[in-house]
Design a protein around this ligand. Structure first.
Ligand code: PGA
Length: 257
């Protein structure tokens, strides 16, 4: 398995028609790249992704999933439905969902468990708010989120979990965490995984950083110890900028441009 991973989170942007156009421009730029690439799109764009990304190296996923298996949950979309359409990834616990839709750790834990039943990788987003960082609570927040969101999971199931460290204050703000802050958080996440599971699990789990990552600042993050890549919001809407970021990170220079 390749160690470098970059995932786009396109949020509530892009109609299916716009997604098709985006993929036409994006996919040729990231083919044969030394990096696992994925995009998390609105539900309405999943069918387009399934068709357009068949036989490519680009994975696609949803941005949310129901914590329930099936039944009278109007408006929800289940892991089984996502798996049936070929979806291999979903975000879970993004800070916008925690803040705007009051999602809490036990629901996120249920979502992960649903995904596991259908072999879908959960990209578990965790991270502190500005106030929590100022109060010195970053590690407490990370510890609680990991503990509660991974509760009841077996070590072998961590193969289907990617952890995305996304300090809330860096998301969509243009204010990135420093390399030192990211490195500290990533090591702490790995320490926690070692405490909850084993050293082997801690070494193997994929950990990403997210929060205002752009082609201009990606270079600053390339050498962060034990970081596997990025979860990218705003920039993932621009095929040129997103592919450039991936090329920079994967070490393939973009000579054509
Ligand atoms: P951003 O978003 O790159 O626009 O800061 C990251 C995210 O929300 O995952």
């Amino acid at each position: 398995m390749l160690n470098k991973v970059v995932i786009g989170n396109q949020k509530m942007n892009m109609t299916a028609t716009q997604t098709r156009k985006f993929l036409n421009a994006f996919v040729p730029e990231v083919e044969h790249i030394n990096c696992r690439v994925g995009i998390c799109v609105p539900y309405t764009s999943l069918a387009i992704c399934k068709r357009a990304l068949k036989d490519t190296n680009v994975m696609f996923g949803a941005q949310n999933v129901s914590e329930f298996e099936r039944g009278a949950y109007t408006g929800e979309v289940s892991s089984e439905m996502l798996a049936d359409i070929g979806c291999k990834l979903t975000l879970v616990g993004h800070s916008e969902r925690r803040k705007l839709f009051s999602e809490h750790n036990s629901q996120i834990n249920n979502k992960i468990k649903q995904n596991l039943r259908y072999n879908i990788t959960s990209i578990l987003c965790i991270g502190e708010s500005k106030r929590e960082r100022t109060q010195g609570l970053t590690q407490n927040v990370i510890c609680k989120q990991l503990d509660e969101c991974l509760s009841g999971l077996y070590e072998n199931e961590l193969e289907n979990i990617i952890v995305a460290y996304e300090p809330v204050w860096a998301i969509g703000t243009g204010q990135t965490a420093t390399s030192k802050q990211i490195e500290e958080a990533v090591s702490f996440i790995r320490e926690e995984i070692a405490r909850l599971y084993t050293d082997k699990a801690s070494k193997n789990i994929i950990v990403l950083y997210g929060g205002s990552v752009k082609p201009d600042n990606a270079k600053n993050f390339i050498n962060i110890k034990n970081l596997n890549g990025f979860l990218v919001g705003g920039v993932s809407l621009d095929a040129k900028a997103f592919s450039e970021l991936i090329q920079i990170y994967s070490g393939k220079s973009n000579k054509k441009k």
